[in-house]
Design a protein around this ligand. Structure first.
Ligand code: MN
Length: 135
């Protein structure tokens, strides 16, 4: 089980990510804009942060840069969730401080594995079991 902060302005995407992660026992914290996400990161010190790139106000790139400026947040896994799949974006995402990215639209069958690839083994769910058999 991991504590995962999700920074996402789109309500449908947020609900889907919360649902998929909660179903496998992860605890989620939700922030609907960048400023709130930064505050939540400092308050919660989560195991992992999922962050949308395109948000009004502070975008995901700026969120990443600010997170990496905070000594206590520098080692947290930070993953972009982005609809942008254009060449060159990967470098831009990584140079902003993200560890990697997951492409939108979110694929419900792949999402858990995509997220858990960024978690240490002891924070992953036993994802081969269906959710209703989790202890
Ligand atoms: Mn967005």
């Amino acid at each position: 089980m991991a504590r995962i902060l999700i920074i996402e302005d789109n309500q449908a995407n947020m609900q889907l990510m919360v649902y998929l992660l909660s179903a496998f026992g992860h605890k989620t914290v939700e922030a609907t804009e960048g400023e709130l996400g930064l505050a939540a990161a400092q308050r919660e010190l989560p195991d992992l942060i999922l962050c949308d790139l395109q948000m009004p106000g502070m975008d995901g790139y700026e969120v990443a840069r600010r997170i990496r400026l905070e000594p206590q947040l520098q080692t947290i896994s930070l993953v972009a969730v982005t609809a942008y799949a254009m060449a060159g974006d990967r470098e831009k995402v990584l140079s902003a401080g993200f560890n990697g990215y997951i492409s939108k639209p979110i694929n419900p069958e792949l999402f858990l594995g995509q997220v858990e690839a960024f978690l240490p083994l002891d924070k992953r769910s036993e994802s081969s079991k269906p959710p209703n058999l989790q202890s």
